[in-house]
Design a protein around this ligand. Sequence first.
Ligand code: ADP
Length: 437
Amino acid sequence: MKIDDVNQTSTVLVKSYNSMEPSEYSSLLSKAAVDHDLCIEVLDKYGRSIYSKDVIGDCMLHGRENSMYAYLQRILSSDNGEIYYKIKNPHSGYDMLLYGSVIGDFDNPDGYLLMNSELVPVGSTVSIIKKQLKVITFMLMIIAFMISLYVSSVIAKPITAITKDAKTLANGDFKTKFEGKGYLEVKQLADTLNYAEMELSKVDTMQRDLIANTSHDLRTPLTMLKAYAEMIRDLSGDNPKKRAEHLEIIINETDRLALLVNDILDLSKLESGKQNISCTKFDIRSKMNEIINRYKGISEQMGYHIHFTPDADRIVYCDIVKIEQVICNLINNAINYTGADKQVYVRQINKSDGVIIEIEDTGDGIEADKIKLIFDKYYRSENHKREVVGTGLGLSIVKAILKLHGFDYGVRSVLGKGSVFWFKINDNLVTNETDAK
Ligand code: ADP
């Protein structure tokens, strides 16, 4: 480091020798000498001292050991006009670094620069620094420990809190509130967990509703079955007319029960992914006619009118049984939910790439925020009445079948005016061989 110091200072001084005013140069030299603990001597080309600065006192240039001219001789006899020496000062006993160089051209010098730097023994300094280092290390360790305590509390505390909340959520408490205090990631995690909780609680209440609804729907026909069976046993057993009436009720209730159980089975089969579709080619127009005719008898008896607007004959390729189920479920819903005028409109609309089937009713319509929910298997509107035959699973079955086919579907609804349920039988049904089986 000393050699580097000396080198840098000498470069500056040699360079500035010719370009600076003598007074300016003198102060530059004094400053360099004081800053770097150097004794500096500048001689002119005749070897006369023109600038001199003595900082060390007992140096090899100015002190008792002054041998400036001997060094000058050595510079002149050196190869490149530069000399370095490490000499022991016989008085102080310290090592001295002596540097000398030519100013300007070696063959025709402008002057000479001589510098003396003291190489102070470093042993004591090192031991002082070692002690300081121990103290500093100790302090730094304490500071680092405190910082890490702080940082870990900032990072870990909110996560610990969230973990605790997550445990209460896992125990089924859907009122847990996740607080995302601290930093962005924790906030995002808390938001995600709050969202998951919201969805879970929705599913939970829907599931509970479904069980409540289904068990209600199961219990009612069962109660009826029991009541009428008892009635036949105790009262009408001998009266053929009454008995037939009561038996009719028993049969109807059994049908209703079968319908519900079938729906539950259908949906669970469809959703388990075990059911494949078996596609065939058929004419959709005549199939629709057939379905509507089947409804005519029942619906007209109860005052409903189903208007069918067919389009041209069109051969489609899909699972005929399942698509029929979709159409029937939608017509059933339309009948159940249509307005007081009891009108239902069914349309076949041929398109270049498929056939759209629309089923329209004139009922109350469905609120925009409910439309997303009605295809959920647990969803049933609050105003669901028992007179309305249905299991709350109809639309979920529709959705599952249409998804299995990859068909688009949807609802357009105007509150107070009615709803249009539609789906589109695509021409290019995306299915593979195993599905087709
Ligand atoms: P369900 O009719 O047995 O309740 P669905 O799955 O068929 O079960 O229908 C789910 C819900 O969607 C119904 O409870 C009802 O609120 C709503 N919905 C279905 N079809 C219609 C319709 N045509 N008009 C109004 N609301 C309907």
